[in-house]
Design a protein around this ligand. Structure first.
Ligand code: B12
Length: 309
């Protein structure tokens, strides 16, 4: 089994390291939390549920695979108009992408027992410490040839992947080009990427705001939303991502009736349509976002931004 050769053949990148890296990552998160660096509500919702190695035994190695991902255009008919709303890279088929990669890795090992299982931990921290990626100023990771348009899939394994292959733990570092560039910070309309500190102000990130059902804060102009869910502004502005963003058409599109049901909000009286919507969302791996899609789509329609990608 040659994991590096497999990853190269597939167009992925893989790196791994000792389990002790997780302690380092967890401690850093705990220390930043104790130092009050996170807004409490944001921390509670987004950063308090990492399982790390809970429920796993005899783990010898932890690692990450970076998979290049395209963005998607999802077509919504709306009367005599159609809207191609943008889902940034990683949104569609998020779980399936991770499951498929782990299954492929397990297929490389003889026998029925799985030796690679999903790792639920802060993956950027692991990716930079294993040498797989670097942080960009926008607080996400960059991988050569993929830019930031990749999905990180974390794994834990009971296999000793060869101590000779364990990359030396690296200190998290900013990409050299980011030192003199502030394109992402200027492009971020909410101040989530700030001059004052590197750590993202997650509670201000458009992605955090539009992924959840809660009412948007008064200070947020709804016209800043640019995607069906998530945001692409800091990634699109990045010179290191130039030429790397690809779009694919989503496998499903939504009829005028389905769009109207989404825009109308609740499923009451529309059960059949909502079932069809949920089935379509499940087939493209965007299920779970039903409660926010109508609200988000409404502002895209109002601003007529979806085709300006
Ligand atoms: C919670 C979360 C969010 C939250 C918070 C994001 C955040 N930055 O923490 C919200 C909802 C806002 C979010 C948004 C997005 N997310 Co998100 N998210 C996650 C999740 C689940 C955990 C992230 C995490 O660990 N945060 C904790 C913080 C503390 O860790 P950190 O960001 O690494 O911060 C470290 C550095 O700041 C470092 N540090 C501090 N100071 C300094 C100074 C210097 C110089 C350096 C070098 C480092 C440094 O210390 C911190 C650790 O203590 C991961 C999946 C996972 N399991 O990891 C996906 C993940 C990070 N998200 C991902 C994506 C794609 C996005 C979006 C691009 C989605 C979109 N809109 O399209 C945006 C990007 C927003 C942004 N610019 O950061 C991808 C990122 C892939 C990549 N290229 O890096 C991930 C890895 C999912 C995946 N499996 O691929 N996300």
């Amino acid at each position: 089994m040659d994991l590096k050769e497999w990853a190269q053949r597939k167009g992925y990148r893989i790196a791994w390291g000792p389990v002790s890296l997780l302690d380092e990552i967890r401690n850093e998160l705990v220390n930043r939390h104790e130092a009050g660096e996170f807004e409490e509500k944001f921390f509670e919702k987004s950063l308090s549920n990492f399982g790390y190695l809970k429920g796993l035994s005899e783990i010898r190695t932890v690692g990450v695979v970076a998979i290049p991902r395209p963005g998607h255009l999802i077509r919504f008919s709306n009367g005599n108009r159609t809207i191609d709303a943008v889902a940034p890279p990683t949104y569609l088929d998020y779980d399936k992408t991770a499951q498929d990669v782990l299954a492929e890795m397990n297929d490389l090992v003889p026998g029925e027992e799985p030796h690679f299982v999903s790792l639920h931990a802060p993956l950027k921290g692991l990716a930079v410490r294993t040498g797989l990626a670097h942080y960009g100023r926008n607080n996400i990771t960059f991988v050569p040839g993929m830019g930031s348009y990749h999905q990180l899939v974390g794994f834990a394994s009971d296999l000793d992947l060869g101590s000779a292959n364990l990359p030396e733990a690296k200190t998290p570092a900013l990409l050299p080009l980011c030192e003199s560039c502030s394109a992402c910070q200027k492009a971020c309309p909410t101040g989530a990427i700030s001059k004052e500190r590197f750590l993202l102000r997650g509670e201000r990130c458009l992605t955090f705001l539009n992924e959840y059902e809660e009412a948007w804060p008064d200070w947020l102009p709804s016209t800043t939303h640019n995607c069906l869910v998530g945001c692409l502004l800091c990634q699109k502005a990045c010179p290191q991502n130039a030429g790397l963003l690809r779009f694919e058409k989503a496998r499903e599109e939504f009829t005028s009736d389905e769009t109207a049901a989404l825009l109308g909000g609740g499923s009451e009286g529309n059960e059949r349509l909502w079932r069809a919507i949920t089935e379509k969302l499940t087939r493209i791996g965007l299920d779970g976002y039903e409660p926010v899609l109508g609200r988000n789509l409404k502002v895209l329609l109002a601003a007529q931004t979806p085709n300006k990608v």
